[in-house]
Write a protein that binds this ligand. Structure first.
Ligand code: GLC
Length: 450
């Protein structure tokens, strides 16, 4: 006979089991995950768009924080937000012509301003002079150009009254401030309400705009006077996203690195990865996000713009290590892409038009292929072709160690033959024209032996 105690223990154990089951994210195998991410790993190149009220001050999207602006003083940007030249069809066309296959826009950045007509706040585009759901038009335009559409959603919110002030907040205390000091400062604020607000907004975003392919949550900073997964209720937020948009691809900034299914790809920001990033000893899907210059939001007086060659190198370099590039544009407060961004997108598109075969569906070359000096290699496993990107155009010839593996070589941009001289030791010399072809970074397409 079961005693009362044993029944009670069973009941407790069952509750704990069910409880932990509920806390789990959908399970999938490695293969299933690879398949779910396939379109994205094939795409390799996407556009990031940072657009919000910070386009008006035009001096960094963190301006409210950097200059410790109060919500009251920041209001002038809301009152003057009127992007009368907003033409998302033109944006989408530029992205497509640059060779980008997907796009991620800041539906809300840290300042808290929402580009869409959210039911849960008045702090949104529809209440500014432009009076429009800008997100809706963005989604329609990019989708019409055939790009996959994603949303960035800021976990931080420097406008919401219940979002507690922390070390990353415009109204932060000095560095020596204790948790108790912050507790005093935050009296009356209720993060539980803010957590609900995020869930409500994510529900809107992932319900009202059709198929959303990516959600980019940003970001966590656990530790003293910071915020992490408990503050955001990250697991529930993620479960919600995965439920509303099955298959959606999610970044790794929810502070769920060690939770199974807690993230899909890692996000090295503003630096070149020196090798394929690993987690717990395993290579992981990754995407580097980068700016044309030093800021994400439109920054009028910033002049460290990367050249087309540098930008292409970033893209090629990412693919050569198995990753993606998400390249950011910060539109102006009139709603247009800065001319400097337009020029660079155009230059990248000119190159991509003839050379995209070395990017799409490509990845790191197998280890047996050693990159010749001043080159980057990519490889398409489906076609068994190797791509040699000539960063520093050689004078007339180039020595390649894996000559005996090569069947045929041509320039990618014009499919003109490159002759080979085989050496006795398995290496070969590729005979190149003295004159550098008229393409920013010439690419050799190498057909490998079966
Ligand atoms: C950082 C910044 C932010 C930017 C993001 C892009 O986390 O807070 O301004 O949106 O990186 O990756």
């Amino acid at each position: 006979m079961r005693t009362f105690k044993s029944i009670l223990l069973t009941a407790i154990a069952t509750t704990m089991f069910v409880g932990s089951m509920q806390a789990q994210l959908p399970k999938e195998t490695e293969v299933q995950k690879t398949e779910r991410l396939q379109w994205w790993t094939d795409a390799r190149f996407g556009m990031f768009i940072h657009w919000g009220l910070y386009a008006l001050p035009a001096r960094h999207e963190w301006v409210k924080n950097q200059e410790r602006i109060t919500t009251e003083d920041y209001q002038k940007y809301f009152d003057h937000f009127n992007p009368d030249m907003f033409d998302p069809k033109a944006w989408a066309k530029m992205a497509k012509e640059a060779g980008m296959k997907y796009v991620v826009i800041t539906s809300k950045h840290h300042e808290g301003f929402c580009l869409w007509d959210s039911k849960y706040t008045d702090y949104k585009a529809t209440n500014t002079p432009i009076k429009k759901d800008l997100l809706k038009e963005y989604v329609d335009a990019f989708r019409a150009e055939g790009l996959k559409v994603g949303f960035y959603y800021s976990l931080l919110d420097w406008h919401h009254p219940d979002f507690t002030i922390d070390r990353n907040h415009p109204q932060r205390l000095g560095e020596e401030a204790t948790e108790a000091d912050y507790a005093k400062l935050n009296k009356g604020k209720d993060m539980a309400k803010y957590r609900q607000y995020m869930k409500d907004q994510v529900t809107e975003l992932l319900t009202n705009y059709g198929k959303i392919s990516i959600i980019w949550f940003d970001f966590s900073y656990p530790g003293k006077n910071g915020k992490g997964h408990k503050d955001w209720d990250s697991e529930e937020l993620l479960k919600l996203a995965r439920k509303l948009q099955p298959g959606i691809i999610v970044d790794d900034r929810l502070d769920l690195k060690d939770v199974e299914g807690g993230w899909d790809f890692t996000t090295p920001e503003q630096y070149k990865a020196d090798k394929w990033p690993e987690y717990n000893g395993k290579r992981v899907p990754w995407e580097t996000c980068q700016t044309f210059s030093g800021s994400w939001g439109y920054y009028r007086d910033e002049h460290t713009w990367k050249s087309p060659a540098q930008l292409l190198e970033l893209l090629i370099e990412s693919v050569s290590k198995g990753g993606n590039l998400l390249l950011n544009v910060g539109p102006t407060a009139r709603g247009v892409f800065d001319q400097r961004a337009q020029d660079r997108l155009k230059a990248m598109g000119d190159w991509m038009k003839f050379n995209n075969r070395s990017i799409y569906e490509c990845t790191e070359a197998p280890a047996e292929f050693k990159a010749p000096a001043n080159t980057l290699l990519t490889y398409n496993p489906k076609t068994n072709r190797l791509y040699i990107h000539l960063l520093d155009y050689p004078m007339g010839s180039m020595s390649v160690a894996f000559g005996d593996k090569i069947d045929y070589v041509q320039f990618l941009h014009d499919a003109s033959e490159i002759k080979m001289k085989k050496n006795g030791d398995g290496s070969c010399i590729l005979l190149l024209p003295i004159e550098k072809p008229n393409t920013e970074i010439p690419v050799l397409e190498v057909f490998l032996k079966k």
